[in-house]
Write a protein that binds this ligand. Structure first.
Ligand SMILES: Nc1ncnc2c1ncn2[C@@H]1O[C@H](COP(=O)(O)OP(=O)(O)OP(=O)(O)O)[C@@H](O)[C@H]1O
Ligand SMILES: [Mg+2]
Length: 563
């Protein structure tokens, strides 16, 4: 039995309190199929989210089998299935892969067989067997809704909450989905609630709840609706509602409620504390499921894969072709550094030449660094923001934010390593930069790519949309070069204020510090910017990575529901 007792959901607008839900009282026995209907904006989704535990009620209590959820804790993740208005499946994966992944993330299974058996069972109960191998992107609207339902069935939830799973479907598909939900509710432990605009096809529901501006104005059998609202057919209820104020409708419902509820079976269902739903798997299991799923999606998405490969190959080439003369000079001059130049003329020429060389080496390194920051932002800007809705849904289903973030970090670490090491090897093999310590040089390239990837991951976790995250990340990369001070020195104070935040500067400075000492002299001559010592650059870049990851963690933990 689900009971709502004097529930309010109140938001503040300026100084005013606005009740989105007001004095909601209702009782739903288990084994029951309930519809929530009402005009657009009346609070249907708000009420559903409140029951799901996504929204917290401002006043009142919710009881599940006599247990006060507000005081004794919400239902377990596995006890609730919540099907939101948006699609929660990955387009690039097949129907079966989506269901299998949901099982891996949400149900503790003993072995592979159990995993496959459960997947089969869920596909069968949602009527998806015939299309199990199809990619989600080719499914029809009705098939997608079935899949959304299937994904929630993996834990065998006691409360299945569906938001508009039938909206936008043709009448036949709508009928089929309602029939499916009806079937799923024929289970003595379970309640199925469906929010819908549609006042047709109400016969299959055990009860219909009518909301008007946040108030319950009817909750009873579908066949009594016409009589209660004095209309000829159910479709006329909305125009009829408009004829009186919501509080008047709510007032008269208060008088009638008890007589309607007398007809409801009020049996407490068995032992209230027996949980029939599945157990959530551990963090490590979730991590591996998410990590392998990420790679699968990566390789299926031809566009993303092509872009990554193109960037990987082209960016290092860009570094060397932009400085063909420089490459020649670096090679020629590495033998003829000054030492015993006798003639003044010669000496002056050599100094000019070496200063020039210092500029080239510094510029080539900065170019390497900047392109890696661009790769970093491309790696992670959309990583979380692009799938935020699905992740919120998975979090509600018991996926731990830490496992999710760890899977992202592991995936991105592979990309960052390949990109940075390849950049270092390729450029070094052609330009022969006068680095004293090639290993340290590579590490600084890795760190700057890692720092930018981590910071953009943080942005991605905080952003409202993927586009917003992309834009912010691109700005961040755009500021790296001018604010690094490597091209033009910044005014003294501005330099000290901005430098701590510019990853590119620290990577560049770190690499300069491991250049051969003779070269370093000339590099210092051509750059007016302070050159930080290597150890400091190392610490700052590591801090950037940590800060980025911390922001990402805060971002993924924070609930972000759009609708
Ligand atoms: N967090 C919020 N802050 C401010 N207003 C909100 C919030 N959540 C919902 N609302 C408002 O509350 C009202 C009810 O929203 P809700 O989404 O529950 O409506 P609904 O009945 O599901 O509508 P629809 O049928 O269009 O989906 C709307 O006017 C909406 O703008
Ligand atoms: Mg809604």
């Amino acid at each position: 039995m689900l009971e709502l007792d004097d529930i309010y959901f109140t938001i503040q607008k300026g100084r005013e309190d606005i009740h989105l839900l007001e004095q909601v009282n209702l009782r739903v026995p288990t084994g029951h199929f309930m519809a929530i209907v009402g005009p657009s904006g009346c609070g249907k989704s708000t009420l559903l989210k409140l029951i799901a535990g996504i929204n917290q009620e401002s006043a009142g209590s919710i009881f599940w089998n006599g247990r006060n959820l507000s005081e004794e804790g919400d239902l377990e993740h596995s006890e609730i299935g919540y099907v939101p208005q948006f699609s929660i499946a990955y387009d690039g994966l097949t129907v079966e892969e989506n269901v299998e992944n949901a099982v891996k993330l949400r149900v503790k299974t003993e072995n592979r067989d159990e995993l496959y058996d459960l997947t089969d069972k869920v596909l069968e109960s949602a009527g998806l067997e015939a299309i199990r191998d199809r990619p989600v992107k080719v499914l029809s609207g009705g098939q997608k809704r079935r899949l959304s339902l299937a994904l929630e069935l993996v834990t065998d939830p006691v409360l299945l909450l569906c938001d508009e799973v039938t909206s936008g479907l043709d009448p036949k598909s709508e009928q089929e989905i309602v029939e499916l939900m009806h079937e799923l509710s024929r289970n003595e432990h379970r309640i199925v609630v469906n929010v819908t605009h549609s006042l047709a096809n109400l016969d299959l529901y055990d009860s219909v709840l009518v909301l008007d501006t946040g108030r319950v104005v009817y909750h009873g059998p579908p066949r009594a609706i016409e009589h209660y609202f004095s209309v000829a057919k159910a479709e006329d209820v909305y125009p009829q509602l408009a004829k009186r104020k919501p509080e008047e409708w709510a007032g008269s419902w208060d008088k009638h409620r008890d007589s309607y509820y007398e007809g409801f079976p009020a049996k407490p269902s068995g032992d209230p504390d027996v949980s029939v739903s599945a157990e959530t798997p551990g963090a490590a299991v979730q991590f591996f499921a998410l990590f392998f799923r990420r790679w699968k999606i990566f390789f299926r998405d031809r566009g993303q894969l092509g872009l990554q490969i193109a960037i990987l190959i082209l960016f290092p080439i860009l570094v060397v072709i932009f400085a063909p003369d420089g490459v020649e000079q670096v090679k020629r001059l590495s033998e003829s550094l000054p030492g015993n130049l006798a003639e003044y003329e010669q000496e002056r020429d050599a100094v000019t030449f070496n200063l020039n060389l210092g500029g080239i080496v510094s510029g080539l390194v900065m170019f390497q660094v900047i392109l890696l920051t661009l790769m970093g932002s491309n790696n992670s800007a959309r990583e979380i923001a692009g799938e935020r809705e699905i992740f919120e849904k998975e979090k509600l289903g018991g996926v731990r934010p830490s496992a999710y973030l760890a899977s992202k970090v592991a995936f991105l670490a592979v990309l960052v390593t390949i990109q940075s090491v390849w950049m270092a090897i390729f450029v070094e093999s052609i330009c022969d930069l006068p680095s004293d310590n090639q290993f340290a040089h590579t590490i600084f390239l890795l760190l700057v790519n890692g720092a930018m990837t981590a910071i953009c991951l943080g942005i991605s976790a905080l952003a409202r949309t993927a586009d917003q995250a992309s834009l912010l990340s691109i700005y961040l990369v755009g500021f790296q070069l001018p604010l690094s001070g490597a091209v033009l020195a910044l005014p003294h104070l501005a330099g000290w204020l901005t430098r701590p935040f510019i990853s590119a500067y620290w990577s560049w400075a770190g690499i300069m510090d491991v250049m051969q000492k003779d070269y370093l002299r000339y590099i210092k001559e051509v750059t007016d910017t302070w050159l930080a010592p290597m150890w400091l650059s190392l610490i700052v870049l590591l801090l950037h990575i940590l800060v980025g990851l911390f922001i990402a963690y805060v971002g993924v933990k924070k609930p972000k529901w759009e609708n």
